[in-house]
Design a protein around this ligand. Structure first.
Ligand SMILES: Cc1ncc(COP(=O)(O)O)c(C=O)c1O
Length: 491
C-alpha cells in the first residue's frame, strides 16, 4: 500500500477541505472586479486564441484599473533605479543617468547585505518611511512622524491590516461594524465578509454627483444600532467606482461626524494624483483634520496610498503606505507586532514608493524627463475622463456623472422592463445580464454595478478610462451600437 493510499484509509477517503468544511467567510466573499464576467472574458480570450470565430477580434479589458496592462508606459526613472538596484553591475553602465545611480547606491546601502533580495524591517526600510513622512508633511504643510508610517504590499495589504486591528474578536451584535460607501471598491466588502465583520453601508448621492452627505451617514449609523459595534468609517477620495472628489467642507463635516460618533477614519486616498475636473481639488483627510485644530486634530486617522495608481500605475510592484495618525502608543506597538508576522513588504515595491514620495528634484539630471512623463500621463487621463463622460451622456438610456477623478466611469443604465424580466428569469442581476451580453457581443469586459453596490432599482456598470485614446473611441463606438441593439431587443 502506498503512503497516499494509507492516508485515504485513515480519513475514510474523504478530503479535509470541501465546500462544506471550508471557512464559510471565504466561500461567501466576492470580488466583482475579477468576478464571473472577467472569468468568462478569459475563457473567450482563450477560445479566440484557439481560432474559435467570435463577433469580435479581441477582449477589451475595461474591468480593472491596471494601468500598464492597458498600455501605459512606465516612468523611466522608476525603472532605471529598479534595474540598477536589482542588477548592481549596471552601476558601471554609462547608459544610466548619474542621479539614478546615486539613488540606487543609497538604496542598496540601506538594504541588509546591500541586496534588494534581503528582508527589510517589517514597517519598511527606515529611509523610505522618512521619504513618505517628508512627502506627507510637504503635501499637507503639517508635521508627519516617520514612526507612524508603515509600508505595505499595495494599499490593499495596509487596508486589511488596519481593518484587522479594528475587529472586536466577537460575533453577532458584538461584531465590528465598518461604515463603507455604496457604491464601494469591493476590497472593503470582501475583506469585511472574510473577517466576519458587519458592513454599515452609506449611500453616495448619484443625483448630486455622488456627493457624501452627513445626514445619510447618520441614517446609516442609526440603522446599524444593535447589529454591531461601529468602529470606523471608510471614505474613498477620489472615489472608486464613482470618481467624485470631495470638497474641503465635505471632509470637515465627515471628520466632525466621525469624532462625534467615536469612529476611526480610514481615508483611502490612492487616487490623490488623479483629479481632472475643473474646480476639483484633492484635500487629504490629514491636512483638513490638522487644520481644524482641537479636538479634531488628535482624532484617529489611518490613510492609504499606493504606487498602483496616480501617474506611475506600477500595480505589479505592490507598493503602498499607511499613515497611522493619532493612535495610542500601545496600539502602534501592537500594530508593529502584528505586521512583523508578515516579515516585510516587497522591497521593490518599497523602492517604487520611495521614488513616488521622493522624486528627482530640480537640478537633478532626470528631473525634466520625470516631470514630462508625469504630466503627460495625467493630462491624457484627464482628456479621457472628459471624452468618456461626454460620450456616455450622448447615448440614449445612459447617464453618467462627470468623472472628476480616479480611473473609472460608472454610468447608470436605464434598462427596459423586458430586459429586467429576462434577467430575473435567469436568476441574474439585470446589470450582470447586461454586462455579460455586452461581453459576448463586443468583447468589452466591464464590471456590473451590483458588484459595488447601488441604490435598489438602479443599474450601472464600471469601465476604466485607461485604454489608449484610439481604443477608447473604438470601445465606445462598439458599446453604443450594442446598447442601442439591446434597447431595441427588449423595448
Ligand atoms: C480605492 C482603492 N483602494 C485600494 C486599491 C488597492 O490598490 P493596490 O494596488 O495598492 O493594492 C484600489 C485598487 O484599485 C482602489 O481602487
Amino acid at each position: 500500500m502506498s503512503d497516499s493510499q494509507s492516508i485515504d484509509v485513515v480519513h475514510g477517503g474523504t478530503k479535509v477541505l470541501t465546500m462544506e468544511t471550508l471557512n464559510p467567510n471565504v466561500v461567501k466573499m466576492e470580488y466583482a472586479v475579477l468576478g464571473p464576467i472577467y472569468i468568462r472574458a478569459l475563457e473567450l480570450e482563450k477560445e479566440l486564441a484557439e481560432g474559435t470565430p467570435k463577433p469580435f477580434g479581441a477582449i477589451l479589458k475595461g474591468n480593472i484599473g491596471d494601468c500598464h496592462a492597458t498600455g501605459q508606459t512606465p516612468i523611466t526613472f522608476v525603472r532605471q533605479v529598479i534595474a540598477l538596484c536589482t542588477y548592481p553591475l549596471l552601476l558601471e553602465d554609462p547608459m544610466f543617468p548619474e542621479d539614478a545611480k546615486q539613488r540606487a547606491r543609497g538604496i542598496l546601502a540601506a538594504c541588509s547585505g546591500h541586496s534588494v533580495g534581503s528582508y527589510s524591517a517589517s514597517p519598511g526600510i527606515a529611509v523610505f518611511q522618512k521619504d513618505v513622512a517628508a512627502y506627507i508633511s510637504q503635501r499637507d504643510g503639517q508635521p508627519c512622524c516617520s514612526n507612524n508610517i508603515f509600508l505595505c504590499s499595495g494599499a490593499t495589504e495596509g487596508i486589511r491590516i488596519v481593518l484587522k486591528m479594528l475587529m472586536t474578536g466577537k460575533s453577532g451584535s458584538e461584531q465590528a461594524g465598518i461604515m463603507i460607501p455604496v457604491p464601494q471598491y469591493p476590497l472593503y466588502s470582501a475583506t469585511l465578509t472574510e473577517f466576519n465583520a458587519c458592513p454599515i453601508p452609506y449611500y453616495l448621492d448619484e443625483e448630486n454627483n455622488w456627493s457624501l452627505e452627513v445626514d445619510e451617514l447618520s441614517r446609516a449609523l442609526t440603522a446599524a444600532k444593535g447589529k454591531c459595534i461601529p468602529r470606523a468609517i471608510c471614505v474613498i477620495n477620489p472615489g472608486n467606482p464613482t470618481g467624485q472628489v470631495l470638497s474641503k467642507k465635505n471632509i470637515e463635516n465627515i471628520i466632525r461626524f466621525a469624532h462625534k460618533e467615536g469612529l476611526v477614519i480610514l481615508a483611502d486616498e490612492v487616487y490623490q494624483y488623479n483629479v481632472y475636473a475643473k474646480g476639483s481639488q484633492f484635500f487629504s483627510f490629514k491636512k483638513v483634520l490638522m487644520e481644524m485644530g482641537s479636538p479634531y486634530c488628535s482624532h484617529e486617522l489611518a490613510s492609504f496610498m499606493s504606487t498602483s495608481k496616480g501617474f506611475m500605475g506600477e500595480c505589479g510592484f505592490r507598493g503602498g503606505y499607511c499613515e497611522m495618525a493619532n493612535f495610542q502608543d500601545d496600539v502602534q506597538k501592537c500594530l508593529l507586532k502584528s505586521i512583523s508576522a508578515r516579515l516585510c513588504p516587497p522591497v521593490l515595491g518599497q523602492i517604487v514608493m520611495s521614488i513616488l514620495t521622493n522624486p528627482p528634484q530640480e537640478g537633478d539630471s532626470s528631473y525634466a524627463k520625470f516631470q514630462d512623463e508625469k504630466s503627460n500621463v495625467l493630462s491624457v487621463l484627464a482628456e479621457k475622463a472628459r471624452l468618456i463622460t461626454d460620450l456616455f451622456n450622448s447615448i440614449e438610456g445612459i447617464s453618467c456623472n462627470e468623472v472628476q477623478g480616479a480611473m473609472y466611469a460608472f454610468p447608470r443604465i436605464y434598462l427596459p422592463d423586458k430586459a429586467i424580466d429576462a434577467a430575473r428569469k435567469l436568476n441574474q442581476n439585470p446589470d450582470f445580464f447586461y454586462c455579460s451580453q455586452l461581453l459576448e457581443e463586443t468583447g468589452i469586459c466591464t464590471v456590473p454595478g451590483s458588484g459595488f453596490g447601488q441604490k435598489e432599482g438602479t443599474y450601472h456598470f464600471r469601465i476604466t478610462i485607461l485604454p489608449p485614446l484610439e481604443d477608447i473611441r473604438r470601445i465606445l463606438g462598439l458599446f453604443k451600437s450594442f446598447h442601442l441593439r439591446f434597447l431595441d431587443k427588449y423595448k
